[in-house]
Ligand binder design. Structure first.
Ligand code: HEC
Length: 176
């Protein structure tokens, strides 16, 4: 009896396996079950670019209006080249990354300030066709690796547009 049950189980398992094999890869069910791609920002579908932490530094900033934060603005090679050659608008494929940290006193030395908790990272990706309605830029804000909500993404372009329209919507200037 015990043996029969085991055999039945084995047969069922085999049947399920053969069905899966027969169905082959790429069925609708399998695609639905497959893990989704990297998390993308709402509205724009911007994802965290691979290797961004190794990109060259454009400049740093210190914001004190509503957040006491240190920031570093990085750019990929395409955007960096445009900076170096004073090219505006930035070509398609340009990406900026903005890293931000809470400003904290250095424990070992009074008067020195260092990066604390990183509340978010942000990106701007240039694709003049895909993002035509937002100056050619797609925006993405990530908190703990997860995209911020849609409402936050509605604020990105209006602020960049209101302040730096004549600089292709980019605030940061290269700090030599
Ligand atoms: C209220 C104004 C405001 C809003 C809203 C805003 N930004 Fe910015 N952004 C700035 C300022 C000011 C800078 C300059 C660097 C800094 O913040 O220290 C900047 C810089 C950036 C940069 C670096 C490139 C550049 O333009 O200098 C990126 C990337 C960026 N923002 C992404 C975003 C994203 C994504 C959103 C929406 C989720 C957003 N920003 C919303 C004001 C804004």
């Amino acid at each position: 009896m015990h043996c029969l049950a085991a055999r039945n189980l084995l047969l069922t398992g085999f049947a399920v396996l053969s069905m899966a094999l027969l169905a082959g890869p790429g069925t609708a069910e399998e695609k639905a079950a497959a893990p989704a791609g990297p998390p993308a920002s709402p509205i724009f579908g911007v994802t965290v670019p691979e290797g961004y932490r190794d990109w060259p530094l454009i400049a740093v900033s210190h914001r004190t209006d509503n957040k006491d934060e240190l920031r570093a603005i990085l750019a990929n090679d395409i955007a960096m080249k445009a900076f170096r050659t004073n090219t505006l608008p930035f070509p398609d494929g340009s990406i900026f990354a903005k890293l931000a940290w809470k400003r904290e006193p250095m424990k070992e030395f009074a008067g020195a300030w260092v990066p604390g908790v990183a509340p978010r990272i942000e990106f701007m990706v240039k694709d003049s066709k895909k993002y035509a309605s937002t100056g050619g830029w797609g925006f993405g804000r990530f908190i703990d690796g997860k995209p911020a909500e849609e409402a936050a993404h509605k604020t990105c372009f209006p602020c960049h547009q209101a302040n730096v329209k004549d600089r292709d919507f980019v605030f940061t200037r290269f700090a030599p």
